[in-house]
Design a protein around this ligand. Structure first.
Ligand code: SF4
Ligand code: SF4
Length: 326
């Protein structure tokens, strides 16, 4: 449960929280504004922290208590179909080749979008609401995380991933103008209409696990790494075809859209620079990027990487062609 407190002594009644809350949790006590806002719809709050982060008086405190259940799987449902041994071994081999050749700092992450009607696996849900990108960032450190809509904290990412309906303020794009991220309604509409989203409420939960510790069949593999690693991954994926890559980037909705929904719907590899949201809420270093790889592309990518790992990668990494210093 989320609790929101407004320090009425500090609040100047500027109304920024009323304007910026994507889920319209606040309203003015008296019509017309210029009074201390009230928390009118606390049950709608997703703990995105936009209000507390943007309040010029730091007058809003958002706290999470009463942690949700640790497990969601239900004995009355048929159990989730876990990965068979052969597939689990394959994922572990992918992870081992990626790490052996590229010396990854962080574990690749297996993502499964659990559809409505599918059972939950026995995987813990987080104690507090998290953004989807935060769950990926934790999975790269070895965590398994299952998140139904009630565990998600980013209203943008949650609706893009098809877990919820899109809130009206996000559908119109107005929030991006109010947050100073876009210049006009036209630009906001172009942004909103140009992004792929999964059908509203079609997804029951997101599941992220390290690729070498999988639970269910993965839809997408996400890698978080610096540009040089992404270069080798791109080259590895085209090693047998030589084709050029087309990446869809907008730097809005990075992990949810660009590294998950886009590769999920197009079945193409995609690269992302990250979004301001996922950088603001995490300890991701500035030199990291994100790649989303549909599972069926992994076989060829790993084969290509194995060839590149024999000579091209060690040569380049040892700076073979560096001219002597004068
Ligand atoms: S945390 Fe987010 S959803 Fe909750 S009241 Fe603040 S802005 Fe609204
Ligand atoms: S990547 Fe950006 S839009 Fe997507 S869940 Fe994270 S903060 Fe939200």
């Amino acid at each position: 449960m989320v609790s929101i407190q407004i320090d009425t002594k500090s609040c100047t009644g500027c109304g920024l929280c009323v304007e910026l809350c994507p889920l319209s949790v606040f309203d003015f006590a008296a019509p017309g504004g210029n009074s201390v806002p009230e928390v009118k719809r606390p049950e709608a709050c997703c703990a995105c922290m936009t209000c507390s982060g943007k309040c010029p008086q730091s007058a809003i405190r958002v706290a999470q208590s009463d942690p949700p259940k640790r497990w969601l799987d239900d004995e009355s449902e048929s159990p989730a179909v876990l990965l068979d041994q052969e597939e689990e071994t394959r994922y572990k081999e992918y992870a081992s080749v990626l790490d052996g050749i590229l010396k990854l700092r962080w574990k690749p992450v297996a993502v499964t979008l659990i559809q409505q009607g599918e059972p939950f696996p026995h995987v813990p849900v987080p104690r507090v609401k998290l953004r989807y990108c935060q769950s990926l960032i934790m999975a790269r450190r070895g965590k398994q995380i299952l998140m139904p809509p009630s565990s998600h904290a980013c209203p943008d990412g949650t609706s893009i991933l098809g877990l919820t309906k899109i809130p009206p303020k996000l559908a119109s794009g107005d929030i991006y103008i109010k947050l100073g991220k876009l210049a006009s309604r036209e630009a906001a509409q172009t942004l909103v209409n140009g992004r792929s989203t999964l059908p509203e409420e079609s997804i029951r939960a997101t599941l992220v696990t390290p690729l070498d510790d999988p639970v269910l069949r993965a839809d997408i593999v996400v890698i978080i790494a610096p540009p040089e690693t992404m270069m080798w991954l791109s080259m590895a994926s085209t090693y047998f075809t030589g084709r050029r890559m087309n990446f869809q980037m907008g730097s809005y909705n990075a992990q949810c859209l660009e590294t998950t929904v886009y590769p999920y719907t197009t079945r193409e590899i995609n690269l992302s620079l990250g979004c301001y949201g996922c950088r603001a809420i995490s300890d991701l270093s500035d030199d990291l990027m994100f790649m989303g790889i549909p599972l069926e592309k992994m076989e060829q990518l790993i084969a290509g990487l194995t060839h590149l790992g024999r000579k091209a990668i060690p040569d380049a990494r040892s700076k073979t062609y560096l001219p002597p210093l004068i």
